[in-house]
Design a protein around this ligand. Structure first.
Ligand code: TPP
Ligand code: MG
Length: 479
């Protein structure tokens, strides 16, 4: 609930704004059968039908007229004489040929890449965004940092020091290069395997580790499972476990940015497994119809825990689903930092300049287990894992390109790794030694005034802790 609240703050703001206007009621002027009510500066004015001038129910808020489409309407050519069907939604050509459109594909949608596995440009004059030394070195350094953090925290879980962890092995470029292509005003809604994007935005190793240990400096006050990061400072909405819920929220947030005429977009991540949720379809369709500036980034990593993509969908992956919803879409090599960076830059400018959603399907294999609760060797071959880990590692690939440019040396590599390891050991030591948030925090931040059932639950919990103190952690203060 708390995270929903954060996610919806833009919409809530607008709903509040609209409620105030409707209650005020008088300031409106008539225009073409609609009452136009000015809102505060920078917010689109609200239009309410003339026959409902005084309604102030929540339902009436959704009667506000939407933005007019700015996208060109497609003219449909008929192929059967000059006959066509003039139908709501546009003209459709008649045909005398009884033909089903195919459910299969002759040729799969190609995957855009810039770099080969050896880190060299596939061809001279490749179509990609230029990346300078400073940007490239930060992208590479963050990828290395993420890999080392994952290695240390995975081990920390195995040693019983934290309860759970998820690694990003194999997908470092997909998340870090995506974030690198955005501005800090763009709002990120993660699924959960996107700490790389948060790292890029400046979330510190100490903050990551505090969250995993759920100590009193954890921004989520220890209420979430490890890896459920969030940061309002970095415009990164808190991870929420139920898959795909972030997509309809992303469409709404993006519409809110549109209303505010912001030079920013929303970026919502989803896994291949997440695309089987109804929310994936609702989110894409909503965004398409409302022409909301949101980039949906699907990290197709081949697996949803133990479910392979062949059991997930029979379409040509995810990219074609965007087209079905009227969303421009691209498939990109998620192990290629330059390709991801370029595709997201282009997607961002389409989303903002054309005010519409864009879908990016990134192909990068999940090299690690799904989480620390999983053993992926039970359902996939070691050879398959090893191939992606050694031959197709996105971090090594990008390192080669950075080195080929003369921007990185063995010495730089050694210094970077040693500095990150030191920082991590320190961060873990600090986080582990820190006390937990007090028990009272379990009941705060959702309601302004706690309802009676919550008060009752808190009372009950205290009674149980007092009765069985040895069953509860001793470092949690009851006050
Ligand atoms: C609505 C919902 N259903 C099921 C789950 C359990 N679950 C957690 S992760 C996961 C797999 C998701 O796979 P994918 O979207 O491909 O992401 P990946 O882990 O591969 O990054 C499932 C089924 C959940 N968290 N939420
Ligand atoms: Mg997956």
């Amino acid at each position: 609930m708390a995270s929903w609240g954060r996610r919806s703050s833009g919409m809530v703001h607008h709903i509040k704004a609209l409620s105030k206007v409707e209650l005020r009621g008088k300031a409106g002027e008539m225009k073409g059968g609609w009452w136009r009510y000015p809102l505060q500066p920078g917010v689109a004015s609200a239009l309410v039908p003339r026959s409902w001038p005084c309604v102030n129910t929540m339902a009436s808020l959704f009667l506000v007229q939407r933005f007019k489409s700015s996208l060109p309407q497609k003219q449909v050519e008929d192929d059967d004489g000059d006959q066509d069907l003039d139908f709501p939604g546009g003209k459709v050509a008649y045909t005398s040929e009884m033909k089903f459109i195919s459910g299969s594909y002759d040729k799969r949608i190609p995957c855009y890449r810039v770099l080969g596995d050896d880190g060299e440009l596939i061809k001279d004059g490749s179509d990609f965004e230029k990346v300078n030394k400073e940007l490239a070195v930060k992208m590479y350094s963050d990828m290395v940092c993420l890999q080392i953090m994952d290695t240390f925290m995975y081990e920390a879980q195995r040693q019983g020091r934290i309860s759970f962890y998820m690694t990003s092995f194999g997908e470092e470029a997909a998340t870090i290069s995506s974030a690198a292509a955005l501005t800090k005003d763009d709002i990120i809604l993660p699924q959960y395997r996107e700490p790389g994007a948060l790292l890029w935005r400046g979330f510190t190793l100490q903050e990551f580790v505090n969250q995993c240990f759920g100590n009193k400096d954890d921004g989520g006050k220890g209420r979430q499972m490890p890896v459920h990061y969030g940061s309002s400072k970095h415009n990164f909405v808190t991870v929420s476990s139920p898959i795909a819920t972030q997509l309809p929220q992303a469409a709404g947030m993006a519409y809110s940015l549109k209303m505010d005429k912001k030079d920013a977009c929303v970026v919502a991540f989803i896994g291949d497994g997440g695309t089987s949720e109804g929310d994936f379809h609702a989110g894409l369709n909503f965004a398409a119809v409302m022409e909301a500036p949101v980039i949906f980034v699907c990290r197709n990593n081949g697996w949803a825990i133990s479910t392979p993509t062949s059991d997930q969908f029979r379409s040509d992956g995810v990219v074609v689903k965007g087209q079905a919803y009227g969303i421009p879409s691209i498939r990109v090599d998620g192990t290629d930092a330059l390709a991801v960076y370029s595709a997201i830059r282009a997607a961002r400018s389409m989303a903002i300049n054309e005010q519409r959603p864009v879908l990016v399907e990134s192909l990068a294999y999940r090299v690690g287990h799904h989480s620390t609760s999983d053993d992926s060797t039970k359902y996939r071959s070691l050879n398959e894992i090893e191939h992606w880990k050694t031959d197709r590692d996105p971090v090594n690939k990008f390192r080669k390109w950075v080195e080929l440019n003369g921007w990185w040396s063995e010495r730089d590599e050694a210094d970077l790794r040693s500095s990150i390891k030191k920082q991590l050991l320190k961060a873990i030591q600090v986080a582990e030694g820190m006390e937990k948030p007090p028990l009272t925090e379990l009941f705060t931040d959702v309601y302004d005034l706690p309802p009676s059932n919550l008060i009752e639950q808190e009372k009950l919990l205290r009674q149980i802790v007092n009765k069985y103190p040895r069953d509860f952690p001793s470092d949690v203060s009851l006050h």
